[in-house]
Design a protein around this ligand. Structure first.
Ligand SMILES: N[C@@H](CCC(=O)N[C@@H](CS)C(=O)NCC(=O)O)C(=O)O
Length: 205
């Protein structure tokens, strides 16, 4: 399998943590698009050929078209390893975990859009109310995350939550979107971030 990624992408990090938690890491070659400076305004032809949406992560697998997005990849990989499934069994627990994953991904969607607005859009064309509205989504999302019971075990939901908080630390530390207001979440993340899978995939500073 080939994983299109960058070491700074929080969505790719979800997959990279999962690979390490499930012993599948050795089955996947990472294709790093950092050098191409992948962004919505700098598409990469080799990636577009696999994912028409031009986004990472995308996973090339034998016998299927390349898989995207991170949630689809996560569910595929969870069928490919020997150990216990990371997704809870069908029922209420699975929906709680799916919701957690969607919440975490939604927080990242909002701040990734903000980053594009700040980094890619010419300053003269910046739309401040839109930016603030996206940051508000992220803050409300983090408050909801803090109100959600989070186990210490890796599931698709807890991995997504950890990738989201790690990304807020990586790109948005100066905005203090979560640490100041949610000490309980800090405690949870501190423990989760000690996992070898998280240490190995920490974004480069
Ligand atoms: N919903 C997608 C989001 C993926 C995404 O937004 N990836 C960003 C990098 S963090 C990307 O590839 N951006 C390039 C683009 O939007 O053209 C997922 O979960 O995989």
């Amino acid at each position: 399998m080939k994983l299109h990624m960058t070491p700074t992408s929080p969505f790719a990090r979800k997959v990279r943590v999962q690979l390490r938690e499930t012993g599948l890491e050795g089955d996947v070659t990472e294709v790093d698009h950092t050098a191409a400076k992948l962004s919505p305004t700098a598409p990469v032809a080799a990636l577009n050929a696999e994912n028409p949406l031009g986004k990472i992560p995308a996973l090339e697998v034998r016998g299927l078209p390349a898989l995207f997005d991170s949630r689809v990849i996560a569910r595929y990989l969870d069928t490919r390893h020997q150990g216990a499934r990371l997704q809870p069994p069908e029922g209420a627990e699975r929906f709680r975990d799916d919701r957690l994953e969607a919440l975490a991904d939604g927080i990242v969607d909002a701040v990734v859009l903000c980053r594009y607005e700040l980094v890619l859009r010419p300053e003269s064309a910046r739309w401040q109310p839109w930016l603030e509205a996206q940051l508000d989504k992220a803050k409300r999302g983090v408050a909801a995350l803090a109100a959600t019971p989070l186990g210490d075990e890796p599931t698709l939901g807890t991995i997504a939550a950890a990738a989201a908080l790690g990304y807020l630390d990586f790109r948005w530390a100066d905005h203090d979107l979560w640490r100041g207001a949610h000490p309980g979440l800090v405690g949870w993340f501190t423990r989760f971030a000690e996992r070898a899978s998280m240490v190995a995939t920490k974004p480069p500073s």
